[in-house]
Write a protein that binds this ligand. Structure first.
Ligand SMILES: N[C@@H](CCC(=O)N[C@@H](CS)C(=O)NCC(=O)O)C(=O)O
Length: 87
């Protein structure tokens, strides 16, 4: 079981590319806008290590066994989600 959050902002063309893919694939996930929400910006920098967007936060498992991956690069995000949703 994986849950996703996409860290983005509206005027970012690379974010738009990922969001277009999500719409076409019918994939829904929570959005975190780093320009509108300071806590989202802080979470991205602290967790992912860079303020670059888009970034996909992938959470696997629950509770104490949960693990988190921060995936940057629009092409890598799209490729990851394509694979995850074709399995
Ligand atoms: N190659 C990256 C480019 C992403 C990128 O340049 N994002 C810009 C916003 S459009 C950004 O976050 N710039 C700020 C930074 O890199 O610190 C991708 O395809 O995701």
């Amino acid at each position: 079981m994986e849950t996703y959050q996409l860290f983005k902002y509206d005027s970012c063309p690379f974010c738009a590319r990922v969001r277009q893919f999500l719409n076409q694939a019918g994939i829904e996930m929570e959005m975190q806008d780093i320009l509108q929400d300071r806590s989202a910006y802080d979470a991205l920098v602290a967790g992912g290590g860079s303020r670059q967007v888009p970034c996909l936060r992938i959470e696997r498992g629950e509770g104490e066994s949960a693990s988190v991956q921060w995936l940057y690069e629009s092409a890598d995000i799209i490729a990851y989600l394509q694979q995850a949703h074709s399995a």
